[in-house]
Design a protein around this ligand. Structure first.
Ligand code: BG6
Length: 366
């Protein structure tokens, strides 16, 4: 049921304040009495996922490494089968999959489990699944399941399920950090206070839609586009580019802004717009330095910025989309939304079937 929306993708983007609220309410009660008994002797985390879920894995890697201070490796399910990661008895493996049925992710999890069973003397069953479908095949293969509670997602391009994956992964990071005393209960409380502001801030970001439509119009005939981010927003650059590719068939590349300077910048000219995710955090100054170079090659720049952007840098941008301020680690939860809306409106303005793009299916199961 479209409930008056023209497409499921737009409905699901617009549902995000409510779906995030439901997820926060579920996990909020859990922080004082944890949902999982996470083994405190973990010494590393592996994350296996594909597509948008893989990008949630990259953000989770950043969170766990920075807040818990243990190493995390993220592998696409298909790559893991060909080159399994070395693991120890105290490695936790997390499978992230919206559908819980993606064959590449399930096969990687099965291989991980098989390797653990072969070492049963010492290897603990440390497998966690994060999925929107708690009765899926994934849940049958893991020791714990954390539901993402986003409700049914019909549009092929993952939107609200991605945001809820991030909420669950951040909750898990806090629980792990707390159990290992890597952060104080006061810091956890401060993050919860920030998380509770998300539904209202997501609503504010959704108001940017009227500014995004003309940007989509300006991009209607473009062949290429670059999406740049630094730090934790590098993964959102990848996710934004994936959304654009999947729904609009535009050749969009997501890059770390720093790495982009080492070669790919040669692709730029006035026909290649650059979308820069540049919140005012510790990466901002380096990002602006990169963007000055981008500008000198003639590319129009669309900036996804935060409220406190200095006026002298605002002139670098041809279009500016301003996000509400939020604690730095949580910025991906807001910065992805303008990219979802841009992908949606560009696809619609190009006359494409945004809910069922060509060549792809919602779930690549066996
Ligand atoms: C792909 C879809 O086949 O599977 C992507 O086209 C999706 O949109 C990916 O992100 C992973 O899906 P899941 O269900 O494992 O999160």
């Amino acid at each position: 049921n479209l409930c008056g929306f023209p497409h499921f993708m737009l409905k699901e983007i617009q549902q995000q304040p409510e779906s995030v609220q439901i997820c926060l309410a579920h996990y909020f009660h859990a922080i004082s009495e944890p949902l999982l008994s996470v083994p405190v002797n973990l010494n590393e985390v592996h994350i296996l996922a594909c597509g948008t879920s893989y990008h949630a894995g990259l953000i989770t890697q950043h969170w766990i490494e920075q807040l818990v201070n243990i190493p995390v490796r993220v592998r696409s399910g298909s790559e893991f089968q060909e080159a399994p990661l070395p693991m120890t008895a105290n490695t936790l493996t997390i499978g992230i999959t919206q559908s819980g049925e993606t064959a590449d992710t399930l096969n990687a999890i099965a291989l991980d489990k098989q390797r653990r069973l072969a070492q049963s003397e010492v290897f603990q069953p440390h497998l966690l699944g994060i999925t929107n479908q708690p009765n899926s095949a994934l849940s049958q293969r893991v020791d714990w399941t954390m539901p993402t509670l986003a409700g049914t997602e019909i549009g092929v391009a993952a939107t609200k399920t991605f945001l809820n994956q991030l909420i669950v992964c951040f909750y898990f990071t806090l629980e792990l950090a707390l159990s290992r005393q890597a952060i104080s209960p006061e810091t956890v409380q401060a993050y919860w206070a920030e998380l509770s502001t998300l539904p209202a801030k997501i609503r504010a970001v959704l108001q940017l839609e009227t500014q995004i439509k003309p940007i989509a119009q300006a991009m209607i005939n473009q062949q290429h586009c670059m999406v740049l981010g630094r730090g934790i927003n590098q993964a959102i650059a990848l996710e934004g580019a994936l959304k654009l590719k999947e729904t609009t068939y535009l050749h969009a590349e997501g890059y770390s802004a720093g790495e982009f300077m080492h070669g790919p910048i040669a692709l730029l000219d006035e026909r290649v717009p650059v979308i820069a995710i540049a919140p005012t955090d510790s990466t901002h100054a380096a990002m602006i330095a990169n963007l000055r170079q981008v500008k000198s090659h003639g590319s129009p720049i669309i900036g996804i910025l935060t409220e406190d952007v200095p006026p002298e840098t605002a002139s670098l941008f041809d279009h500016v989309l301003i996000l509400p301020a939020i604690a730095d680690p949580l910025s991906p939860i807001l910065s992805v939304i303008p990219l979802q809306l841009l992908a949606y409106h560009l696809a619609v303005q190009r006359g494409l079937n945004v809910d069922k793009p060509r060549n792809i299916t919602k779930t690549l199961s066996e």
